[in-house]
Design a protein around this ligand. Structure first.
Ligand SMILES: Cc1cc2nc3c(=O)[nH]c(=O)nc-3n(C[C@H](O)[C@H](O)[C@H](O)COP(=O)(O)OP(=O)(O)OC[C@H]3O[C@@H](n4cnc5c(N)ncnc54)[C@H](O)[C@@H]3O)c2cc1C
Ligand SMILES: NC(=O)c1ccc[n+]([C@@H]2O[C@H](COP(=O)([O-])OP(=O)(O)OC[C@H]3O[C@@H](n4cnc5c(N)ncnc54)[C@H](O)[C@@H]3O)[C@@H](O)[C@H]2O)c1
Length: 450
Protein backbone atom coordinates (compact mmCIF):
# COMPACT_ATOMS: atom_id res chain seq x y z
CA UNK A 1 0.00 0.00 0.00
CA UNK A 2 1.17 3.55 -0.68
CA UNK A 3 2.93 5.35 2.14
CA UNK A 4 0.97 8.57 1.92
CA UNK A 5 -0.50 7.72 5.35
CA UNK A 6 1.35 7.08 8.62
CA UNK A 7 -0.54 3.80 9.03
CA UNK A 8 -2.62 1.46 6.89
CA UNK A 9 -5.01 1.00 9.83
CA UNK A 10 -5.70 3.09 12.90
CA UNK A 11 -7.94 1.34 15.44
CA UNK A 12 -9.65 3.33 18.17
CA UNK A 13 -10.23 1.06 21.19
CA UNK A 14 -8.17 -1.98 22.26
CA UNK A 15 -11.05 -4.18 23.46
CA UNK A 16 -12.26 -7.55 22.20
CA UNK A 17 -12.95 -6.38 18.63
CA UNK A 18 -10.16 -3.82 18.28
CA UNK A 19 -7.37 -6.11 19.51
CA UNK A 20 -8.40 -8.95 17.17
CA UNK A 21 -8.79 -6.65 14.17
CA UNK A 22 -5.43 -4.92 14.79
CA UNK A 23 -3.48 -8.11 15.36
CA UNK A 24 -4.91 -9.90 12.30
CA UNK A 25 -4.52 -6.84 10.04
CA UNK A 26 -0.86 -6.61 11.11
CA UNK A 27 -0.40 -10.33 10.45
CA UNK A 28 -1.70 -9.64 6.92
CA UNK A 29 1.12 -7.10 6.52
CA UNK A 30 -0.66 -3.85 7.40
CA UNK A 31 1.07 -1.08 9.39
CA UNK A 32 -1.25 -0.77 12.38
CA UNK A 33 -1.64 1.51 15.41
CA UNK A 34 -4.28 1.22 18.12
CA UNK A 35 -5.28 3.85 20.68
CA UNK A 36 -6.61 2.81 24.08
CA UNK A 37 -7.63 5.45 26.62
CA UNK A 38 -8.05 3.11 29.60
CA UNK A 39 -6.58 -0.40 29.71
CA UNK A 40 -5.67 -2.78 26.86
CA UNK A 41 -8.15 -5.68 26.81
CA UNK A 42 -11.27 -3.53 26.99
CA UNK A 43 -14.50 -4.24 28.82
CA UNK A 44 -14.43 -8.03 28.64
CA UNK A 45 -10.96 -8.48 30.10
CA UNK A 46 -10.77 -5.48 32.44
CA UNK A 47 -14.33 -5.03 33.79
CA UNK A 48 -16.66 -7.48 32.12
CA UNK A 49 -16.82 -11.18 31.26
CA UNK A 50 -13.49 -12.24 32.78
CA UNK A 51 -13.48 -10.65 36.26
CA UNK A 52 -17.26 -11.26 36.45
CA UNK A 53 -16.80 -15.00 35.83
CA UNK A 54 -14.06 -15.13 38.47
CA UNK A 55 -16.46 -13.55 40.98
CA UNK A 56 -19.12 -16.09 39.95
CA UNK A 57 -16.67 -18.90 40.75
CA UNK A 58 -15.75 -17.28 44.05
CA UNK A 59 -19.38 -16.74 44.97
CA UNK A 60 -20.51 -20.27 44.20
CA UNK A 61 -18.24 -21.69 46.91
CA UNK A 62 -20.89 -20.48 49.37
CA UNK A 63 -23.22 -23.20 48.07
CA UNK A 64 -20.52 -25.78 47.42
CA UNK A 65 -19.22 -25.52 50.99
CA UNK A 66 -22.75 -25.80 52.30
CA UNK A 67 -23.47 -28.86 50.13
CA UNK A 68 -20.14 -30.48 51.04
CA UNK A 69 -21.56 -31.47 54.46
CA UNK A 70 -24.01 -33.88 52.84
CA UNK A 71 -21.06 -35.54 51.10
CA UNK A 72 -19.35 -36.18 54.42
CA UNK A 73 -17.04 -33.20 54.63
CA UNK A 74 -16.66 -31.23 57.82
CA UNK A 75 -15.66 -27.64 57.22
CA UNK A 76 -14.95 -25.74 60.38
CA UNK A 77 -14.59 -22.02 60.73
CA UNK A 78 -15.36 -21.20 57.12
CA UNK A 79 -15.28 -17.51 56.36
CA UNK A 80 -15.12 -15.31 53.31
CA UNK A 81 -12.55 -12.57 52.68
CA UNK A 82 -13.82 -10.22 49.95
CA UNK A 83 -10.58 -8.27 49.76
CA UNK A 84 -8.63 -11.48 49.07
CA UNK A 85 -10.93 -12.46 46.18
CA UNK A 86 -11.15 -8.93 44.80
CA UNK A 87 -7.37 -8.54 44.78
CA UNK A 88 -6.77 -12.01 43.29
CA UNK A 89 -9.18 -11.17 40.48
CA UNK A 90 -7.55 -7.80 39.85
CA UNK A 91 -4.08 -9.39 39.80
CA UNK A 92 -5.21 -11.79 37.11
CA UNK A 93 -6.84 -8.99 35.15
CA UNK A 94 -3.50 -7.15 35.21
CA UNK A 95 -1.73 -10.31 34.03
CA UNK A 96 -4.17 -10.66 31.12
CA UNK A 97 -3.86 -6.98 30.25
CA UNK A 98 -0.09 -7.54 29.93
CA UNK A 99 -0.62 -10.57 27.67
CA UNK A 100 -2.93 -8.59 25.37
CA UNK A 101 -0.36 -5.80 25.16
CA UNK A 102 2.38 -8.35 24.38
CA UNK A 103 0.31 -9.95 21.62
CA UNK A 104 -0.11 -6.56 19.98
CA UNK A 105 3.56 -5.63 20.19
CA UNK A 106 4.63 -9.11 19.00
CA UNK A 107 2.63 -8.36 15.87
CA UNK A 108 4.31 -4.94 15.51
CA UNK A 109 1.11 -3.08 16.33
CA UNK A 110 1.88 0.34 17.82
CA UNK A 111 -0.11 0.82 21.03
CA UNK A 112 -0.87 4.41 22.03
CA UNK A 113 -2.23 4.65 25.57
CA UNK A 114 -4.39 7.71 25.09
CA UNK A 115 -7.74 9.00 23.91
CA UNK A 116 -8.10 9.33 20.14
CA UNK A 117 -10.51 11.35 18.04
CA UNK A 118 -11.06 11.89 14.36
CA UNK A 119 -10.15 15.44 13.33
CA UNK A 120 -10.28 15.32 9.55
CA UNK A 121 -10.23 13.07 6.51
CA UNK A 122 -8.06 10.04 7.37
CA UNK A 123 -6.76 12.04 10.35
CA UNK A 124 -6.69 11.20 14.06
CA UNK A 125 -5.57 13.47 16.90
CA UNK A 126 -4.38 11.91 20.14
CA UNK A 127 -4.86 13.40 23.62
CA UNK A 128 -1.18 14.34 23.64
CA UNK A 129 -1.79 16.53 20.58
CA UNK A 130 0.01 14.17 18.21
CA UNK A 131 -1.65 13.97 14.78
CA UNK A 132 -1.50 10.81 12.66
CA UNK A 133 -3.06 9.71 9.38
CA UNK A 134 -4.36 6.34 8.28
CA UNK A 135 -5.73 4.78 5.11
CA UNK A 136 -8.46 3.03 7.14
CA UNK A 137 -9.94 3.95 10.51
CA UNK A 138 -11.62 1.30 12.66
CA UNK A 139 -13.90 2.40 15.49
CA UNK A 140 -14.05 -0.28 18.19
CA UNK A 141 -14.78 1.93 21.20
CA UNK A 142 -17.35 -0.36 22.87
CA UNK A 143 -20.11 0.80 25.18
CA UNK A 144 -20.45 2.16 28.70
CA UNK A 145 -23.10 1.78 31.42
CA UNK A 146 -26.28 3.77 30.88
CA UNK A 147 -27.40 5.57 34.06
CA UNK A 148 -31.07 6.67 34.02
CA UNK A 149 -31.82 10.29 34.83
CA UNK A 150 -33.19 10.77 38.39
CA UNK A 151 -32.42 12.87 41.44
CA UNK A 152 -29.39 11.52 43.28
CA UNK A 153 -28.08 9.32 40.46
CA UNK A 154 -24.56 10.51 41.32
CA UNK A 155 -24.73 8.19 44.36
CA UNK A 156 -25.14 4.95 42.39
CA UNK A 157 -22.47 2.59 41.11
CA UNK A 158 -22.33 0.53 37.92
CA UNK A 159 -20.65 -2.78 37.12
CA UNK A 160 -17.42 -0.79 36.58
CA UNK A 161 -17.20 0.02 40.30
CA UNK A 162 -18.65 -3.28 41.57
CA UNK A 163 -15.30 -5.00 41.01
CA UNK A 164 -13.50 -2.58 43.34
CA UNK A 165 -15.78 -2.27 46.39
CA UNK A 166 -14.09 -1.84 49.76
CA UNK A 167 -16.53 -4.24 51.37
CA UNK A 168 -19.49 -6.43 50.48
CA UNK A 169 -22.62 -4.33 51.12
CA UNK A 170 -25.05 -5.59 53.74
CA UNK A 171 -28.01 -4.35 51.63
CA UNK A 172 -27.72 -3.78 47.89
CA UNK A 173 -30.32 -2.62 45.39
CA UNK A 174 -29.62 -3.60 41.79
CA UNK A 175 -31.68 -1.87 39.11
CA UNK A 176 -32.29 -3.63 35.79
CA UNK A 177 -33.50 -7.05 34.76
CA UNK A 178 -30.89 -8.03 32.18
CA UNK A 179 -27.62 -9.94 32.14
CA UNK A 180 -25.63 -7.75 34.50
CA UNK A 181 -28.40 -7.28 37.06
CA UNK A 182 -29.08 -11.01 37.34
CA UNK A 183 -25.42 -12.03 37.36
CA UNK A 184 -24.50 -9.53 40.11
CA UNK A 185 -27.67 -10.30 42.08
CA UNK A 186 -26.44 -13.90 42.24
CA UNK A 187 -22.88 -12.91 43.12
CA UNK A 188 -23.81 -10.56 45.99
CA UNK A 189 -26.46 -12.92 47.30
CA UNK A 190 -23.91 -15.75 47.56
CA UNK A 191 -21.56 -13.38 49.41
CA UNK A 192 -24.28 -12.78 52.00
CA UNK A 193 -25.71 -9.40 50.94
CA UNK A 194 -29.44 -8.85 51.16
CA UNK A 195 -30.14 -8.32 47.45
CA UNK A 196 -33.13 -6.48 46.00
CA UNK A 197 -33.49 -6.44 42.23
CA UNK A 198 -35.75 -3.71 40.82
CA UNK A 199 -36.88 -3.62 37.23
CA UNK A 200 -39.10 -1.16 35.38
CA UNK A 201 -41.00 -3.96 33.60
CA UNK A 202 -42.59 -7.09 35.06
CA UNK A 203 -40.10 -9.58 33.63
CA UNK A 204 -36.42 -10.42 33.81
CA UNK A 205 -34.08 -11.38 30.96
CA UNK A 206 -36.30 -10.37 28.09
CA UNK A 207 -35.40 -12.43 25.04
CA UNK A 208 -34.78 -15.66 26.96
CA UNK A 209 -37.34 -18.50 27.01
CA UNK A 210 -40.18 -17.78 29.40
CA UNK A 211 -40.09 -21.05 31.35
CA UNK A 212 -36.34 -20.77 31.88
CA UNK A 213 -36.69 -17.16 33.10
CA UNK A 214 -39.51 -18.24 35.45
CA UNK A 215 -37.32 -21.00 36.82
CA UNK A 216 -34.50 -18.55 37.60
CA UNK A 217 -36.98 -16.24 39.31
CA UNK A 218 -38.39 -19.07 41.41
CA UNK A 219 -34.94 -20.39 42.42
CA UNK A 220 -33.63 -16.87 43.16
CA UNK A 221 -36.64 -16.12 45.39
CA UNK A 222 -35.93 -19.34 47.30
CA UNK A 223 -32.32 -18.24 47.73
CA UNK A 224 -33.54 -14.98 49.27
CA UNK A 225 -33.25 -12.46 46.41
CA UNK A 226 -36.10 -9.97 46.52
CA UNK A 227 -37.69 -8.63 43.30
CA UNK A 228 -39.55 -5.36 42.74
CA UNK A 229 -41.25 -5.11 39.36
CA UNK A 230 -42.68 -2.06 37.58
CA UNK A 231 -40.33 -0.04 39.76
CA UNK A 232 -38.36 2.95 38.51
CA UNK A 233 -36.20 5.38 40.49
CA UNK A 234 -37.87 8.49 41.88
CA UNK A 235 -34.86 9.56 43.92
CA UNK A 236 -31.80 8.43 45.88
CA UNK A 237 -30.62 10.47 48.87
CA UNK A 238 -27.36 9.99 50.70
CA UNK A 239 -27.75 9.89 54.48
CA UNK A 240 -25.28 11.08 57.12
CA UNK A 241 -24.13 7.52 57.87
CA UNK A 242 -23.34 6.97 54.17
CA UNK A 243 -26.33 4.72 53.50
CA UNK A 244 -28.77 5.52 50.70
CA UNK A 245 -32.47 6.29 51.06
CA UNK A 246 -34.20 5.12 47.88
CA UNK A 247 -37.67 5.80 46.54
CA UNK A 248 -38.89 3.58 43.73
CA UNK A 249 -42.28 4.00 42.03
CA UNK A 250 -44.98 2.08 43.87
CA UNK A 251 -42.71 1.34 46.86
CA UNK A 252 -42.09 2.89 50.27
CA UNK A 253 -38.71 4.54 50.87
CA UNK A 254 -36.04 1.92 51.60
CA UNK A 255 -32.46 2.09 52.90
CA UNK A 256 -29.55 0.40 51.10
CA UNK A 257 -25.78 0.49 51.51
CA UNK A 258 -25.08 0.33 47.77
CA UNK A 259 -27.29 1.02 44.75
CA UNK A 260 -26.03 -0.43 41.47
CA UNK A 261 -27.61 0.28 38.10
CA UNK A 262 -27.45 -2.30 35.33
CA UNK A 263 -29.86 -0.68 32.93
CA UNK A 264 -28.13 -1.36 29.64
CA UNK A 265 -25.03 -0.02 27.90
CA UNK A 266 -24.74 2.83 25.40
CA UNK A 267 -22.28 3.10 22.48
CA UNK A 268 -19.10 5.12 23.18
CA UNK A 269 -19.24 7.84 20.52
CA UNK A 270 -18.79 11.03 22.57
CA UNK A 271 -15.64 12.96 21.81
CA UNK A 272 -14.81 10.77 18.82
CA UNK A 273 -15.23 13.52 16.24
CA UNK A 274 -17.61 11.47 14.09
CA UNK A 275 -19.40 14.63 13.00
CA UNK A 276 -16.13 15.98 11.54
CA UNK A 277 -16.29 13.48 8.69
CA UNK A 278 -20.04 12.75 8.80
CA UNK A 279 -20.15 9.17 10.16
CA UNK A 280 -23.81 8.22 10.51
CA UNK A 281 -25.22 7.15 13.88
CA UNK A 282 -28.62 5.68 14.80
CA UNK A 283 -31.16 6.72 17.46
CA UNK A 284 -29.35 5.00 20.33
CA UNK A 285 -26.00 6.49 19.30
CA UNK A 286 -24.91 3.28 17.60
CA UNK A 287 -22.67 3.63 14.55
CA UNK A 288 -24.63 2.45 11.53
CA UNK A 289 -22.80 -0.27 9.59
CA UNK A 290 -23.55 -2.80 6.86
CA UNK A 291 -22.91 -6.53 7.18
CA UNK A 292 -19.21 -5.94 6.41
CA UNK A 293 -18.94 -3.41 9.30
CA UNK A 294 -18.60 -0.54 6.77
CA UNK A 295 -19.93 2.88 7.81
CA UNK A 296 -21.26 5.45 5.32
CA UNK A 297 -17.70 6.88 5.06
CA UNK A 298 -15.79 4.55 2.74
CA UNK A 299 -12.54 4.30 4.76
CA UNK A 300 -14.20 4.11 8.21
CA UNK A 301 -15.34 0.81 9.70
CA UNK A 302 -16.95 0.12 13.09
CA UNK A 303 -17.55 -3.08 15.02
CA UNK A 304 -18.39 -4.53 18.43
CA UNK A 305 -20.60 -2.89 21.05
CA UNK A 306 -20.35 0.58 19.47
CA UNK A 307 -22.49 -0.77 16.61
CA UNK A 308 -25.02 -2.28 19.07
CA UNK A 309 -25.68 -5.40 17.03
CA UNK A 310 -25.03 -8.22 19.52
CA UNK A 311 -23.19 -6.98 22.63
CA UNK A 312 -21.10 -10.12 23.23
CA UNK A 313 -17.33 -10.62 23.18
CA UNK A 314 -17.19 -13.57 20.76
CA UNK A 315 -19.29 -11.55 18.30
CA UNK A 316 -16.97 -8.51 18.53
CA UNK A 317 -13.98 -10.81 18.01
CA UNK A 318 -15.53 -12.38 14.91
CA UNK A 319 -16.39 -8.98 13.52
CA UNK A 320 -12.75 -7.92 14.07
CA UNK A 321 -11.43 -11.03 12.34
CA UNK A 322 -13.83 -10.65 9.38
CA UNK A 323 -12.93 -6.97 8.99
CA UNK A 324 -9.17 -7.61 9.02
CA UNK A 325 -9.35 -10.60 6.66
CA UNK A 326 -11.72 -8.80 4.28
CA UNK A 327 -9.79 -5.52 4.08
CA UNK A 328 -6.18 -6.69 4.45
CA UNK A 329 -6.24 -10.43 3.67
CA UNK A 330 -6.24 -12.22 0.38
CA UNK A 331 -9.83 -13.42 0.65
CA UNK A 332 -13.16 -12.33 -0.75
CA UNK A 333 -14.75 -9.93 1.78
CA UNK A 334 -17.01 -11.92 4.09
CA UNK A 335 -19.59 -10.97 6.73
CA UNK A 336 -20.24 -12.38 10.19
CA UNK A 337 -23.37 -14.49 10.52
CA UNK A 338 -25.26 -12.97 13.45
CA UNK A 339 -27.95 -15.67 13.48
CA UNK A 340 -28.18 -18.46 16.04
CA UNK A 341 -25.61 -16.92 18.43
CA UNK A 342 -25.47 -18.96 21.66
CA UNK A 343 -25.42 -17.02 24.92
CA UNK A 344 -25.39 -17.52 28.68
CA UNK A 345 -26.33 -15.72 31.86
CA UNK A 346 -23.92 -16.57 34.68
CA UNK A 347 -26.57 -16.52 37.38
CA UNK A 348 -26.84 -19.12 40.19
CA UNK A 349 -27.68 -21.49 38.54
CA UNK A 350 -26.69 -20.29 35.06
CA UNK A 351 -28.87 -20.08 31.97
CA UNK A 352 -27.77 -20.90 28.42
CA UNK A 353 -29.61 -20.62 25.14
CA UNK A 354 -29.31 -20.96 21.40
CA UNK A 355 -31.84 -20.31 18.67
CA UNK A 356 -35.54 -19.54 18.96
CA UNK A 357 -37.50 -19.50 22.18
CA UNK A 358 -40.72 -21.50 22.27
CA UNK A 359 -42.69 -18.26 21.82
CA UNK A 360 -40.64 -17.13 18.81
CA UNK A 361 -40.90 -20.56 17.19
CA UNK A 362 -44.68 -20.67 17.64
CA UNK A 363 -44.97 -17.20 16.09
CA UNK A 364 -42.72 -17.90 13.10
CA UNK A 365 -43.07 -21.60 12.28
CA UNK A 366 -46.26 -23.47 11.45
CA UNK A 367 -46.13 -26.29 13.90
CA UNK A 368 -43.67 -26.72 16.75
CA UNK A 369 -42.80 -29.64 19.04
CA UNK A 370 -41.43 -28.83 22.48
CA UNK A 371 -39.47 -31.41 24.49
CA UNK A 372 -38.74 -30.73 28.12
CA UNK A 373 -36.69 -32.28 30.93
CA UNK A 374 -37.44 -30.94 34.40
CA UNK A 375 -35.13 -32.72 36.83
CA UNK A 376 -33.17 -32.44 40.04
CA UNK A 377 -29.45 -32.96 39.32
CA UNK A 378 -27.98 -35.92 41.26
CA UNK A 379 -25.63 -33.64 43.17
CA UNK A 380 -28.55 -31.53 44.37
CA UNK A 381 -30.47 -34.64 45.48
CA UNK A 382 -27.61 -35.84 47.70
CA UNK A 383 -27.01 -32.30 48.97
CA UNK A 384 -30.71 -31.92 49.84
CA UNK A 385 -30.79 -28.82 47.66
CA UNK A 386 -34.30 -28.40 46.28
CA UNK A 387 -33.23 -26.84 43.01
CA UNK A 388 -34.44 -28.27 39.72
CA UNK A 389 -32.89 -27.86 36.28
CA UNK A 390 -34.96 -27.29 33.16
CA UNK A 391 -33.87 -28.19 29.61
CA UNK A 392 -36.05 -27.43 26.60
CA UNK A 393 -35.67 -28.39 22.97
CA UNK A 394 -37.76 -26.62 20.33
CA UNK A 395 -38.27 -28.55 17.10
CA UNK A 396 -39.83 -27.53 13.78
CA UNK A 397 -42.52 -30.23 13.47
CA UNK A 398 -42.50 -30.11 9.66
CA UNK A 399 -38.77 -30.86 9.26
CA UNK A 400 -37.75 -32.34 12.66
CA UNK A 401 -35.02 -29.69 12.70
CA UNK A 402 -34.01 -28.35 16.14
CA UNK A 403 -34.53 -24.58 16.13
CA UNK A 404 -33.72 -23.82 19.76
CA UNK A 405 -32.32 -25.24 23.01
CA UNK A 406 -32.79 -23.51 26.37
CA UNK A 407 -31.35 -24.61 29.67
CA UNK A 408 -31.06 -23.58 33.30
CA UNK A 409 -28.98 -25.66 35.65
CA UNK A 410 -25.41 -26.30 36.83
CA UNK A 411 -22.85 -26.00 34.02
CA UNK A 412 -25.54 -25.09 31.46
CA UNK A 413 -23.18 -22.76 29.49
CA UNK A 414 -20.51 -25.49 29.28
CA UNK A 415 -23.05 -28.01 27.98
CA UNK A 416 -24.64 -25.51 25.60
CA UNK A 417 -21.44 -24.71 23.71
CA UNK A 418 -21.42 -28.24 22.21
CA UNK A 419 -25.19 -28.40 21.73
CA UNK A 420 -25.09 -25.06 19.88
CA UNK A 421 -22.88 -26.63 17.19
CA UNK A 422 -25.64 -29.12 16.46
CA UNK A 423 -28.35 -26.44 16.29
CA UNK A 424 -26.22 -24.20 14.09
CA UNK A 425 -25.50 -27.16 11.81
CA UNK A 426 -29.25 -27.75 11.39
CA UNK A 427 -29.35 -31.19 13.04
CA UNK A 428 -32.66 -32.89 13.76
CA UNK A 429 -34.25 -34.34 16.86
CA UNK A 430 -33.63 -37.77 15.25
CA UNK A 431 -29.87 -37.00 15.18
CA UNK A 432 -29.94 -36.36 18.92
CA UNK A 433 -32.03 -39.53 19.48
CA UNK A 434 -29.43 -41.54 17.54
CA UNK A 435 -26.65 -40.38 19.88
CA UNK A 436 -25.88 -42.60 22.88
CA UNK A 437 -26.02 -40.88 26.28
CA UNK A 438 -23.02 -40.37 28.55
CA UNK A 439 -24.24 -41.64 31.89
CA UNK A 440 -24.57 -40.35 34.54
CA UNK A 441 -24.49 -36.72 33.43
CA UNK A 442 -26.93 -33.85 33.31
CA UNK A 443 -26.17 -33.32 29.61
CA UNK A 444 -27.52 -36.76 28.73
CA UNK A 445 -31.03 -35.30 29.11
CA UNK A 446 -30.43 -33.66 25.71
CA UNK A 447 -30.40 -37.04 23.93
CA UNK A 448 -33.12 -38.64 26.06
CA UNK A 449 -36.03 -36.25 25.40
CA UNK A 450 -39.28 -38.19 24.90
C1 LIG B 1 -20.13 -6.60 33.58
C2 LIG B 1 -20.09 -7.16 32.18
C3 LIG B 1 -20.06 -8.51 31.98
C4 LIG B 1 -20.03 -9.03 30.69
N1 LIG B 1 -20.02 -10.40 30.56
C5 LIG B 1 -19.97 -10.93 29.32
C6 LIG B 1 -19.91 -12.34 29.16
O1 LIG B 1 -19.94 -13.11 30.14
N2 LIG B 1 -19.83 -12.83 27.89
C7 LIG B 1 -19.81 -12.01 26.79
O2 LIG B 1 -19.72 -12.51 25.67
N3 LIG B 1 -19.87 -10.66 26.92
C8 LIG B 1 -19.96 -10.11 28.15
N4 LIG B 1 -19.99 -8.74 28.29
C9 LIG B 1 -20.00 -7.91 27.07
C10 LIG B 1 -18.59 -7.76 26.48
O3 LIG B 1 -17.71 -7.28 27.48
C11 LIG B 1 -18.63 -6.78 25.30
O4 LIG B 1 -19.59 -7.23 24.36
C12 LIG B 1 -17.26 -6.68 24.59
O5 LIG B 1 -16.25 -6.27 25.49
C13 LIG B 1 -17.35 -5.70 23.41
O6 LIG B 1 -16.09 -5.54 22.81
P1 LIG B 1 -15.72 -4.20 22.01
O7 LIG B 1 -14.41 -4.49 21.36
O8 LIG B 1 -16.85 -3.79 21.17
O9 LIG B 1 -15.56 -3.08 23.11
P2 LIG B 1 -14.75 -2.98 24.47
O10 LIG B 1 -14.23 -4.31 24.91
O11 LIG B 1 -15.63 -2.24 25.40
O12 LIG B 1 -13.48 -2.11 24.08
C14 LIG B 1 -13.57 -0.75 23.74
C15 LIG B 1 -12.31 -0.05 24.21
O13 LIG B 1 -12.25 1.23 23.60
C16 LIG B 1 -11.67 2.16 24.50
N5 LIG B 1 -12.04 3.52 24.03
C17 LIG B 1 -13.28 4.05 23.95
N6 LIG B 1 -13.24 5.28 23.38
C18 LIG B 1 -11.92 5.53 23.09
C19 LIG B 1 -11.23 6.62 22.49
N7 LIG B 1 -11.88 7.68 22.02
N8 LIG B 1 -9.88 6.55 22.39
C20 LIG B 1 -9.20 5.46 22.83
N9 LIG B 1 -9.82 4.39 23.39
C21 LIG B 1 -11.15 4.41 23.51
C22 LIG B 1 -12.28 1.74 25.83
O14 LIG B 1 -11.49 2.21 26.90
C23 LIG B 1 -12.27 0.21 25.70
O15 LIG B 1 -11.11 -0.36 26.24
C24 LIG B 1 -20.01 -8.17 29.56
C25 LIG B 1 -20.02 -6.79 29.74
C26 LIG B 1 -20.05 -6.28 31.04
C27 LIG B 1 -20.07 -4.80 31.23
N1 LIG C 1 -23.26 -13.29 30.17
C1 LIG C 1 -23.13 -12.40 29.18
O1 LIG C 1 -22.93 -12.75 28.02
C2 LIG C 1 -23.22 -10.94 29.48
C3 LIG C 1 -23.11 -10.49 30.78
C4 LIG C 1 -23.21 -9.13 31.02
C5 LIG C 1 -23.42 -8.25 29.98
N2 LIG C 1 -23.52 -8.72 28.72
C6 LIG C 1 -23.78 -7.80 27.59
O2 LIG C 1 -23.81 -6.47 28.05
C7 LIG C 1 -25.04 -5.85 27.70
C8 LIG C 1 -25.45 -4.90 28.79
O3 LIG C 1 -25.92 -5.61 29.94
P1 LIG C 1 -27.10 -5.04 30.83
O4 LIG C 1 -27.50 -6.09 31.82
O5 LIG C 1 -26.74 -3.69 31.32
O6 LIG C 1 -28.24 -4.78 29.74
P2 LIG C 1 -29.52 -5.61 29.28
O7 LIG C 1 -29.91 -5.03 27.98
O8 LIG C 1 -29.32 -7.08 29.39
O9 LIG C 1 -30.60 -5.22 30.38
C9 LIG C 1 -30.96 -3.89 30.63
C10 LIG C 1 -32.08 -3.85 31.64
O10 LIG C 1 -32.25 -2.51 32.05
C11 LIG C 1 -33.61 -2.16 32.00
N3 LIG C 1 -33.66 -0.73 31.65
C12 LIG C 1 -33.27 -0.17 30.49
N4 LIG C 1 -33.44 1.17 30.54
C13 LIG C 1 -33.94 1.46 31.76
C14 LIG C 1 -34.31 2.66 32.42
N5 LIG C 1 -34.26 3.85 31.81
N6 LIG C 1 -34.74 2.57 33.69
C15 LIG C 1 -34.81 1.37 34.30
N7 LIG C 1 -34.47 0.20 33.73
C16 LIG C 1 -34.06 0.25 32.47
C17 LIG C 1 -34.21 -3.05 30.94
O11 LIG C 1 -35.58 -3.24 31.18
C18 LIG C 1 -33.41 -4.34 31.11
O12 LIG C 1 -33.99 -5.16 32.08
C19 LIG C 1 -26.02 -6.98 27.48
O13 LIG C 1 -26.99 -6.63 26.52
C20 LIG C 1 -25.15 -8.11 27.02
O14 LIG C 1 -25.11 -8.16 25.61
C21 LIG C 1 -23.44 -10.05 28.45
Amino acid sequence: MADQYDYDLFTIGAGSGGVRASRVAAAHGARVAVAEEYRVGGTCVIRGCVPKKMLVYGAHFAEDLEDAKAFGWTIEGKSFDWAALRDAVQNDVTRLEGLYGETLSNHDVTVLNEHARITGDHQITLASGKIVTARYILIATGARPFIPDFRGNEHVITSNEAFHLDAIPRRILIAGGGYIANEFAGIFNEFGSKVTLANRSDTILRGYDESVRDRLLQISLTKGIEYCFMAEFEYVEKQDDGSLRVKLTGQDERIFDVVMVATGRVPNIEGLGLETIGVECGKRGEIVVDTFSRTNVDYVYALGDVTDRVQLTPVAIREGQAFADSVFGEVEPYAVDHSCVPSAVFSHPPIAAVGMTEGEARNTLGSVKVYQADFRPMKNVVAGRNERSLYKMIVDAATDRIVGIHMIGPEAPEIMQAAAVAVKAGLTKADFDATVAIHPTMAEELVLFK
